[in-house]
Write a protein that binds this ligand. Structure first.
Ligand SMILES: [Zn+2]
Length: 446
């Protein structure tokens, strides 16, 4: 912990929403050597060299953490996204990979650093980089992208902290147990884990319901039920191989994030994680990604198992009509049960999945409230903001040093023009980001 007689930076004259255990509010925060050194009473830390920022009533939040955002891909696509704002790339697929070489990979990651800094995002998870995508169409998910992240981290050029899940198959595609086992045994880039944390693996267990590629108990209109993406001779063999992957990664001490959307897939994934925990002890901060059709009884098991849920309310709102077309309105009504997940005390992470949709978390907090049909309240806003701060830090295994504004934690801060607790979620997208601070350094100022 830093003990400072004077602060490098002081933000004062506004509201500081700390998101500590007691949801303390203060009017000022002081920073020295990249760390928070005081919350509330900071005047004694102001010296001649201190940069004092008058908040003029604006609000400071813990830095926003988008816990599922494809950074290199976003940088390659921006300002276009897959589901919205396709202007410019409509109809025509690019002639070659989006990121053909090291220079392009570097430029894309740096561009995403700029995009997220403007949005107040100070951490993100890059969910799936690895050798299975080395020959991939886009070039956005290869092992070379991970190497570029490592280079940028070593050079001190990342503008947000990055957590990476390594991928040993194809993105949104097949994987084999043999490749997974080989990949798991291969070394990950090392560096300062506070800037680049590569301790997790991503598994694509199935596809998505609108494409009829989610594995479900019921049938799609064409009579099919989807299947697991993990390779195998038949359904049973695919399931065995998925369970082995989860067991292997758990025993290796890796965090496991599993793309799972169909109710049948989610059931198998949670059961496999439960078996691994029972056999080898708790570990890893494992989590479900998307979780579209999770059954209530399966959801209810997550808290005791310590399994998280990482979900994208922007995608729920955007793709609900497609889900309805694939499986009917009743299925849509039960899908993405955000309210149940919060009520059960699951550490829900809200995220964007950019560039599938845009990375603006303010919109997706509004979408979450819309999806829940929830009455606006300060408590609702706190709950949703936790999904982008405290809970996301927990997913990163980093709640001891980031995710809230407390003495001793890193100075990752987002300054908003207004206090979100006084607003309905639908009004949040209209609130400007005034300033973004990462590790005590101002990386964006309006
Ligand atoms: Zn994704």
């Amino acid at each position: 912990m830093v003990t400072a007689s004077t602060a490098d930076l002081v933000l004062t004259g506004g509201t500081v929403l700390t998101f500590d255990d007691r949801d303390t509010e203060a009017t000022a925060v002081a920073v020295a050597s990249g760390e928070i050194v005081a919350v509330g009473d900071v005047d004694h830390l102001v010296g001649p060299e201190t940069h004092v920022v008058d908040l003029y009533g604006r609000t400071v939040l813990p830095g926003i953490n988008d816990s599922h955002l494809h950074g290199a891909w976003l940088g390659a696509m921006w300002p276009n996204t897959l589901l919205t704002g396709m202007a410019g790339i409509e109809g025509e697929a690019p002639a070659g990979p989006l990121l053909p070489d090291a220079q392009a990979r570097r430029a894309a990651i740096l561009r995403t650093g700029d995009v997220v800094a403007e949005l107040g995002i100070t951490s993100y998870t890059e969910p799936g980089l690895g050798p299975g995508e080395d020959a991939g169409q886009t070039g956005c998910f290869s092992a070379a992208v991970l190497d570029e992240y490592a280079a940028l981290a070593a050079e001190g050029l990342l503008r947000a902290r990055v957590t990476v899940l390594r991928l040993f198959g194809e993105l949104d595609g097949p994987s084999t147990l043999a490749d997974f086992e080989r990949g798991l045994g291969s070394p990950a880039p090392q560096g300062d884990p506070r800037w680049l944390n590569v301790n997790g693996v991503k598994i694509f267990a199935d596809g998505i319901p609108p494409m009829r590629s989610a594995w479900i108990h019921h049938c799609y209109a064409d009579g099919t039920s989807g299947h697991l993406l993990v390779d195998g001779d038949d359904l049973a063999d695919r399931e065995v191989n998925l369970r082995r992957m989860i067991d292997l990664a758990h025993r290796a001490g890796a965090q496991i994030g599993v793309h799972a959307t169909g109710d049948r897939t989610i059931e198998v994934v949670v059961s496999a994680m439960a078996d691994a925990i029972a056999a080898h002890g708790p570990a890893g901060r494992h989590y479900l990604i998307h979780g579209d059709l999770v059954a209530k009884d399966v959801l209810a098991r997550l808290p005791e198992l310590g399994i998280g849920l990482n979900t994208q309310p922007g995608i729920s709102v955007t793709t609900a009509p497609w889900l309805a077309a694939a499986l009917g309105d009743d299925v849509v009504r039960a899908a993405w049960p955000l309210r149940d997940a919060f009520d059960l005390g699951i550490p829900v992470c809200l995220s964007s999945d950019a560039p599938v949709i845009g990375p603006d978390w303010r919109q997706w907090i509004a979408a979450a409230a819309e999806w829940m049909g929830a009455e606006p309240s300060p408590e609702l806003m706190r709950t949703l903001l936790r999904g982008y701060t405290v809970n996301a830090a927990r997913q990163d295994g980093a709640e001891s040093w980031k995710g809230s504004i407390e003495v001793g934690k890193v100075a990752d801060l987002t300054v908003l023009e207004a206090n979100p607790l006084t607003l309905a979620p639908a009004d949040l997208p209209g609130v400007g980001v005034a300033m973004t601070i990462v590790d005590g350094r101002v990386v964006f100022e309006r």
